[in-house]
Design a protein around this ligand. Sequence first.
Ligand code: GLA
Length: 409
Amino acid sequence: MTLHELARHTAAEFQAAYDRPPRWLVAAPGRVNVIGEHNDYNDGFVLPMAIERYAVMAAAESAGGKNAISIRSTAPGANPITIDLSAPVKPGEPRWGNYPRGVVAGFLARGIQPRGLDVLLHSSVPLGGGLSSSAALEVCTATLIEAATGKSIDPVAKALLCQKAEHEFAGMPCGIMDQFISVMGRENHLLLIDCRSRQTELVPMSDPSVAVLIINTCVKHELTGSEYPTRRKQCETAAKILGVASLRDATADLLERDRGKLDGVVYRRARHVISEIERTVHAAEGIRASNWPAVGQLMYASHDSLRDDYEVSCPEADAVVEIAAGIGIKGGVYGCRITGGGFGGCCVALIKADAVDLISRQMAADYRKQTGIAAAIFVSRPANGAMVLPGQCPVTETAFQSIDLSPIV
Ligand code: GLA
């Protein structure tokens, strides 16, 4: 589905649910991280791109002037939520509602009082697939509140407000990457984020000869919840022992010098982060120079490090990366790695654009042979960050470029 179709579909769903047309239509993308994994909470560099998959909200003032935000979702089995604006906003059930609840609480804390709204949510970001469906939902909610109140907040403050929602309402101590890219993504660019200074740099990636392939392993090992905070703590422990404020300040030499002071696991966690920060800086250089083989090698090295040192991969993601490496540059694959928090979800591959179909089919066939699982595979160009979709509904045909969101296999 193109973004245009997605917007039209969401507007039509709103009309069907609430029996009137929406007044606002907003979207926020998911993301894929090309390289720089588990670097954001270590003050390091990350290099994600927004993808052509979006959380979309259609909304209008609530019927009867109700002082509440009611959100219905088209996701199967998702019960509707109501956020009462006359009482303090707290986390609750259903759990998916905690992302919008947290964002609304963030606006209230900034003294921005949203009005009562009826909202219809439709998302094309695969849920739990490591493509930041939750950040897309948070940023989409924030964009809607901005549109409905007419009060825009600075992009960095907006991303941080959404991150806080995730920390305090969803209990996930995430870094800043997902919310930053969903707010600040730019078409045909990756975003190099310095997670210490929070400065961002757009890195152009418009070479038509390369494509970013996203391979959803379609498995989610239920470890992320407990393992993610553990990794964060291990990194903090390493930094403390090494005498630095964060692992951003450590070097491979420093780590080797003090190796004896760290237990084996903490040592390996630190080795991943220190080397991954370096790889990310080099990958940005490689992308600026269109040196795709060099970028690809860094992606493979990132995967090895995530698998062996950070231990956040899983057999299914390892299988995808092995299949990709087997196809190799000759077959059109420059590099491949697991992306996102880990323990399943998606892999990202950098491939030759003219081999997209062949590679996708081979990867799907080999993955199914090895694991018995059907992968979902699609390409995405780097997309724009959150947006208010233009015009009143129905959206005009020319308002959107045609983006093919359908999976290849
Ligand atoms: C999750 C978190 C991000 C980041 C990645 C790992 O997606 O939300 O902040 O830490 O894991 O790179």
